[in-house]
Write a protein of this length. Sequence first.
Lengths: 154, 427
Amino acid sequence: MLTVEERQEIETELTRYPTRQAVCIDAMKIVQRHRGWVSDESIRDIGELLEMSPADLDGVATFYNLIFRKPVGRHVVMLCNSVSCWIMGYERMREHLISRLGIQFGETTPDNRFTLLPIVCLGACDHAPAMLVDNELHTDLNADRIDRVLEAYK
Amino acid sequence: MTQEKPLTEAIPLDGQALSLRGYEQAGGYEGLRKALHEMTPQTVQEEVKKSGLRGRGGAGFSTGMKWSFVPMGTDAPHHKYVVANADEMEPGTFKDRYLMEGNPHQLIEGLILAAYSIQADVAFIFIRGEYKLAQERLAKAIAEAYAAGYLGKKILKSDFSLEMVLHISAGRYMCGEETALLNALEGKRANPRSKPPFPPVAGLWGKPTIINNVETLVNVPHIIAKGFDWYQGLSRGRDPGTKIYGASGKVKRPGLWELPMGTPLREILEEHAGGMRDGMRFRGVLPGGASTDFLVEEHLDTSMDFIEVQKVGSRLGTGTMIVLDDHTCPVGMTSNLISFFAQESCGWCTPCWSGLNWAKQVLAEMEEGRGRPDDLEKLQFQTKFLAPGNTFCALAPGAAEPLQSALKYFHDDFERHIREQRCPWRA
């Protein structure tokens, strides 16, 4: 069930758009902000509120990079793998993160602290390599800097 | 003469956003005041058309012309929309983020002027989910613009009213394509739509809709405030205005520079980007993002405008360049680019989802030392299927551009991968 708070936030979005479906991406992001991810149950609940079938809504959910249909850790690390970062050392940064966190892309550390994901160009190409942690941008990465950044996310 | 930089000169150097007050002191919202009190929507359109402004998102279409396709007058559909395309996700492109973070009100004013010129009643800023700082600054600026009477009912006591909504996307390269963006705004998968009808006639929820790139829109307040003659005088090339150029890769000073349109490629890379890092040689450049053809040494004297870059077989695109050096493998770089396009294909058209995945696999195997003698032929074959005319949108043709030009200019490197059964750049 959606919480009262989630429902209110979705209702507010509904006032800004002419159709209910137009709000579905915002609605999933609202639920994800509260719960960390979007479960099958949430898909059904949001679908009901917005008059969309779970299949239609899941089709939208799985299309977009920033909607998580699986549980994630407390912090989500997204490493840019696009061309400028690739030139500037993406592969070394990837190997460092994989060995440092002990997980592959798409996995979560056993202590539930970090989930590691790849992401497309972050528009920080003049300060490559770059990554996001919980949507905060970190640039000019090297192994030391990655270690320092991760320390700050408990 | 000092070179004018209308789009960036007011942006604070300390990384903060220009405030509303700072923007007004720099002449901000004067274009809007002039348009609402002295100009009709048609004369705003005319001024932009005469300025020769071309879209900065990659395609380079005439902005004024695009606006002129919108039905006007009392018979026109009710509800018309304008959308700022702030879904900057073209690999190697980072100009719109800078413009939005540095001067959010400039984008808002440009979007209001676009709305006035087609008599739209709702404006959206469609921004990618990852651009958190730009989102925060735009949200604050939109609230300030409402409070100051630049948005809402009867703007600046004129008869024109406009609502503006910041739409934060959930992230997908396809959303940058304008009809896919419309589907995303409607809460659907961002597949492109069949054209015609084009969005200026039937766009968002079937109503007339104009979609312009951020950099395109931020030119508009200056054109309206200072006139098309002044605007054309800013350029050194065949297309008017200034351009935000950028460079990334192993140059000494990667960054962004607002320069006269038509500044030569060599001047941008050598004077502004500082040339290659010590001990490295220039091998090639994608002149305007990932979906443009490589240019090489012989093209360095090209003027960076739409017309001249096209003449040498590439596109100005977004004007943000990705430089290939001699310590970086051209096959690996092409493989990275094609993997991106294969991943981001929405899956709608066969040449795109199937062809790109095929090309991706051939390139990956070549990099891993498992290239086959007929691989180059296979890749050439794919570039023909990915070409314009075979797909709904420009993603596949865009992907073909770096691939076909890499095969042409770095042919020996591809052959060497196959012959030696390894990537010579990897230990």
